[in-house]
Structure formats: structure tokens, C-alpha cells
Write a protein that binds this ligand. Structure first.
Ligand code: ATP
Ligand code: MG
Length: 571
């Protein structure tokens, strides 16, 4: 490919809406263009990278026993009614009607479709295990599409589904996919961690997210400083912290004006924050009230709260009126005096506290001498781990301190058990002719998000520094002055020599100033730049620059190819 023919419109300025580096560089380097919020066109450079990522994924899925198929994007509502997700999926689902008024959606994921496909065909244990996958556009009407390809509304996903006859088989399939994902991200040249994750609304028991490490990633993960434990912050299990035992004081009301925040309360009463209890009030989609209590210096983990209340969906902050109706007072809350029928969830650490301060469910009033084990006597009160992990918390496996890191969820693997096969009647006959529901797993990789994550992890102020495996081109040959015939001819020769040894090469033959071309090379981020100027023509001196390190080498015409191949091995 010649740069003079390449459709890669580069820009000097960053569009205002591009908040993160990957979005900015993809825009400026001519990789993507927006058509509507969260909806993008991939230009040739981006598409080359996407195809490389897809091919790595394909090879690894095939090697693990997956078979590629292609399903429709349009999905009839009936399948989703069967699984119960037509209503549960909420506003994220892009819905439409056909001319007969029948409901359809643009697939946000394909569990229902896959289950429906195999239930009609898979009858016997002899047809198992089975793994089917596709690489296809998915649609999710995200509440906040942003960060370019990172969180878009139409995005490319590889989704694989496994079907097994028993738990052991399902776990074996899960392990195969876990290993295949490890290979995919390793081959893409990315630094990543598989982390234990919450299964969320999809159901099932086991899950890992494959998180590409990057400082401004949306995911926060806890990594043990000693053992190999790593988990998303939502998932990290925490044990209750024991407070030093004290003699229990009686409960006593104190007037605390303008102390609806913990900071104000601590300031006013001059108590340590570890002696306070704070509340967060949620309302479910069915308008049930959930009150969650944690120690003042801890944060509530919403996912754990949701998991603690069966059937709770789409939590939002509770309205003051709802709180008041339950006997509470926003900003001054404790379980004491809250009416029956409210879900009260108290973090296990709170139950171990002595003589704490908590709200009295009256404006500007708190209780002192709160001893949760004695005073929180509400019927149905749930005590469990609902706090969010923070730096230094103990590892649930070995007790060593955890450290917090940020990253980007590029893929996720789940076991699903029989959730979909039972709901949708996908059954098979075992060796004894007995009928069982299929055991399933599902496994997704965001292809565009992986590309964006690669940029977040590999860039500098001048642009992208692609890992070789997923760079749009591995090598760029730049004719410094393409108006000079001898230089252009020499660059053409070198371009041909590179291609001959199967290096994925671009020839920058544009009649632009050298400075402009070099800037574009750095912005687009080809791993290796070969510069062909007068010295190359006259002395056979070939200049090779490594994008990532900025190192410059000079090789002879005879040896440069081997050296470039050698350099690429480490990129
Ligand atoms: P998130 O929590 O970030 O919304 P998710 O957990 O809902 O993602 P999955 O259903 O696990 O996503 O989808 C599999 C993969 O698809 C994700 O790991 C991610 O790489 C990708 N993906 C999901 N949503 C988007 C999106 N809106 N834009 C781009 N990629 C996405
Ligand atoms: Mg996910």
C-alpha cells in the first residue's frame, strides 16, 4: 500500500468531544469518523487493525474447538420473552417493529438466539461439547456512550457460547476459553490481568474479566501484593473488620445541625470517622426502598447491594419522600426505627462496631452510643459484605494487602449453568436416555474496545505506539523527498524487499515535506520507520527508527532486513 493512495485524513487538532487519548489519536490519525453519538466508521487504518485482532481471536477460538457461524443481528422479541429478558434488558436494548407491528431488537448479545438454535438440533450427549461463535456488530443504547470505541452504541464483539452435558464439561469449556483469552491478549501484545468478576444480570456462577491495564481505564481492580488473587472492585470479597471491644454505652440523641454529610458530622462531633456509620438509600425498579449502611470511611458497593436483595433491578438513588415514608430522614439515617418492609442491609464491619454515631432518622439529630449488634434489631435485616474495596484492604485468599489498579475490560467469560437452557427448554438425552438441560457458558471480546485499550496502554505525546501484532502496518518506508526520483526509486526498492519477506509495509511516497510525513508516522504509530534520504541512495546507509523507544539505527543495504525483523520480534 502506498500512502499517496491511502484514505487516512490526519488532523492537527483534537476534536473537543474526544476526552481520552485513544479517542483523540484515533480521530487525529484518521482511524475513525463519527456518524452519530457512539456510532463510528472505521477507516482503512483502523480496519486493518480490527482485522488483525479478529484474526488472532479467530485462530485462538478455532484452536480451542470453537466453530465460527454468523447469526442475524435482528432478533425477534419472542425469544427474549422466553428468557424473561425482553423487559429485564431495559432501555439499553435497541427495539423496533416490522411492518406488521411485530417486535424486534438489534442484538445486544446472543444467548437467546444461540440457545434457540441448539435446542432444535442438539438431542444427544454425543453431540456435546459444542462451541459456536461469531464476530459481529452488537447494539446497546448505552446511557452514556463516550470515549470513542470504548463505550459505543454499535460495536464489534466476538461472542462464543459453549454447551456441555454436565458441570465438569462446562468447567472444562470455561478453562479452555480462559486459556484462549490469555493467548489472545498476549498475542495482541497487551499487558492485562484476568480478574474475578461479578456475573451481574447475565446470571451464572463464575466469571473473569480480562482487563487491559491502563491508568485511565474505567475498571478499578484489586490485585494482591503477595498471591495471584485479582478481582474487579465490585467483586472483591472483604471480611469484617473487628473493632477493639469497649463497654457498651447507652443510646443517646444529640442535636447535630447541618451535618448531613459524614465530613460535617465528624467535624462537628470531633469523633474519628471510623466511629461513624453512613447510609446510602436506593430505590428499585419496583420502587422498593433499600437502605445500605457502611462505616463512615467506607464506600458502598452497589453491585454487592444488588446481589444481596434478590430481584432488585436498576437501582437508583431513593427519593426523599420514599425515605420519609419508611420512617427515615435523608442525611440522618440508621436502621433504628425504620418501618417493616424496607430492605435494610448492614455491612458486616458495621455490626462489629462499638459506641458509634449514626443518624436518628430526624433532621439534625444523631445517636451516640450506637452498638449495632445490640441496637439494629429490625426484622429481616441483612448483614453481609457490601463495602467497596480500597487500597490496603486484606486479600481474601492470603491476607496480604491489596493494591488498586485501573484498567479496561476488553473481554469477559462466564459460566451460565442452566439459566437459559431451562427457561428456553434446551435439553438433551444422556447415556441412559434421561433428559437434562444443557450447561452453558458465554464468552465475549470487544474488538473495537481492545483496539482502543491497546492505544490507551501504548502511546506518547506524539501519538500511538502500536504493538507489532495489531499495528495497521508493521513498517513504514518514508521517501524523505519523494520529488527526487532517485530517492523515490530507492524507497520503492526497499518497500519491495520488505514485502518480499512478508513484512506488512506501507510506502510513504507522498510529495509532502519530510516533517509532515514524520509527524504522521509518529501519530499513526507504525512500529518501525525506515527513512530513505540521500544517504540511503548514495551510501547505502539505511536509517531505522523504533517508534516505541525512539532509538535510531543505521544498517547497510545488505543487513537492514534481518535487523528490522529482529527488532520487530520485541515489539
Ligand atoms: P461494560 O461493563 O463495560 O458495559 P459489559 O460487561 O456489559 O461491558 P459484556 O456483555 O461482557 O460487556 O460484553 C463483552 C465485551 O464487549 C466487553 O468485555 C467489552 O469489551 C465489549 N463491550 C461491551 N459493551 C461495549 C460498548 N458499549 N462499546 C464497546 N465495547 C463494548
Ligand atoms: Mg462484561
Amino acid at each position: 500500500m502506498r500512502a499517496s493512495n491511502l484514505y487516512a485524513p490526519t488532523l492537527r487538532n483534537t476534536p473537543a468531544e474526544a476526552e481520552i487519548v485513544s479517542h483523540q489519536f484515533m480521530y487525529r490519525a484518521g482511524f475513525i469518523r463519527k456518524s452519530a453519538g457512539g456510532i463510528y466508521t472505521f477507516l482503512p487504518l483502523a480496519w486493518r487493525t480490527i482485522r488483525k485482532i479478529e484474526n488472532i481471536i479467530r485462530e485462538e477460538m478455532d484452536a480451542a474447538g470453537g466453530q465460527e457461524i454468523m447469526m442475524p443481528i435482528l432478533q425477534p422479541s419472542e425469544l427474549w420473552e422466553e428468557s424473561g429478558r425482553w423487559s429485564a434488558y431495559g432501555e439499553e436494548m435497541m427495539r423496533m417493529k416490522d411492518r406488521h407491528g411485530r417486535d424486534f431488537c438489534l442484538g445486544p448479545t446472543h444467548e437467546e438466539m444461540m440457545t434457540a438454535l441448539v435446542r432444535d438440533e442438539v438431542r444427544s450427549y454425543k453431540q456435546l461439547p459444542l462451541m459456536l461463535y461469531q464476530i459481529q456488530d452488537k447494539f446497546r443504547d448505552e446511557r452514556r456512550p463516550r470515549f470513542g470505541l470504548m463505550r459505543s452504541r454499535e460495536f464489534i464483539m466476538k461472542d462464543l457460547y459453549s454447551f456441555d452435558k454436565d458441570e465438569e464439561g462446562m468447567n472444562a469449556s470455561y478453562q479452555k476459553m480462559y486459556d484462549a483469552y490469555t493467548n489472545v491478549f498476549t498475542r495482541c501484545g497487551l499487558k492485562f490481568r484476568p480478574v474475578e468478576a461479578d456475573n451481574g444480570a447475565i446470571g451464572g456462577a463464575r466469571s473473569h474479566e480480562f482487563t487491559v491495564l491502563a491508568d485511565n481505564g474505567e475498571s478499578s481492580i484489586a490485585i494482591c501484593t503477595k498471591c495471584d488473587y485479582a478481582a474487579s472492585d465490585e467483586k472483591t470479597e472483604l471480611t469484617a473488620i473487628e473493632a477493639a471491644a469497649e463497654e457498651r454505652q447507652p443510646l443517646e440523641k444529640v442535636v447535630t445541625p447541618n451535618t448531613s454529610t459524614i465530613e460535617a458530622l465528624v467535624d462537628f462531633l470531633r469523633v474519628p470517622i471510623e466511629k461513624t456509620i453512613k447510609a446510602v438509600a436506593y430505590q428499585t425498579d419496583k420502587d422498593e426502598l433499600i437502605l445500605a449502611f457502611v462505616r463512615g470511611d467506607h464506600e458502598v458497593n452497589e453491585v454487592k447491594v444488588q446481589n444481596a436483595v434478590p430481584g432488585a433491578q436498576e437501582l437508583r438513588m431513593a427519593e426523599d419522600a420514599t425515605i420519609a415514608a419508611a420512617g427515615g430522614c435523608a442525611g440522618f439515617m440508621s436502621p433504628i426505627g425504620i418501618k417493616k418492609g424496607t430492605h435494610i442491609i448492614v455491612d458486616a464491619t458495621v455490626m462489629k462496631m462499638y459506641n458509634a454515631v449514626a443518624g436518628a432518622n430526624e433532621k439534625d439529630v444523631h445517636y451516640k452510643g450506637v452498638n449495632p449488634a445490640r441496637d439494629f434489631t429490625n426484622e429481616g435485616l441483612i448483614v453481609t459484605d457490601i463495602r467497596l474495596v480500597k487500597e490496603g484492604d486484606p486479600c481474601p485468599h492470603c491476607g496480604a494487602p491489596l493494591t488498586m489498579t485501573r484498567g479496561i475490560e476488553a473481554g469477559q467469560v462466564f459460566t451460565l449453568g442452566t439459566k437459559y437452557s431451562e427457561a428456553m427448554g434446551a435439553k438433551f438425552l444422556d447415556e441412559n436416555g434421561k433428559e437434562h438441560p444443557l450447561l452453558m457458558g458465554c464468552y465475549g471480546i470487544g474488538v473495537g474496545r481492545t483496539m482502543a485499550a491497546a492505544i490507551e496502554q501504548n502511546n506518547d505525546k506524539d501519538g500511538i505506539c502500536w504493538p507489532r501484532a495489531i499495528a495497521p502496518f508493521e513498517v513504514v518506508v518514508v521517501a524523505v523527498n519523494a520529488k527526487k526520483d532517485a530517492q523515490l526509486a530507492c524507497a520503492e526498492e526497499i518497500y519491495a524487499e520488505c514485502r518480499k519477506v512478508k513484512l506488512d509495509t506501507l510506502l510513504d511516497d507522498r510529495r509532502e515535506r519530510a516533517g509532515v510525513k514524520f509527524k504522521d508516522c509518529d501519530l499513526i504509530g507504525y512500529p518501525i520507520r525506515i527513512t530513505v534520504g540521500p544517504k540511503a541512495v548514495e551510501e547505502g546507509d539505511i536509517e531505522v527508527k523504533v517508534r516505541k523507544t525512539g532509538e535510531v539505527f543505521h544498517f547497510t543495504r545488505e543487513t537492514y532486513i534481518e535487523n528490522v525483523q529482529e527488532l520487530l520480534k520485541n515489539l
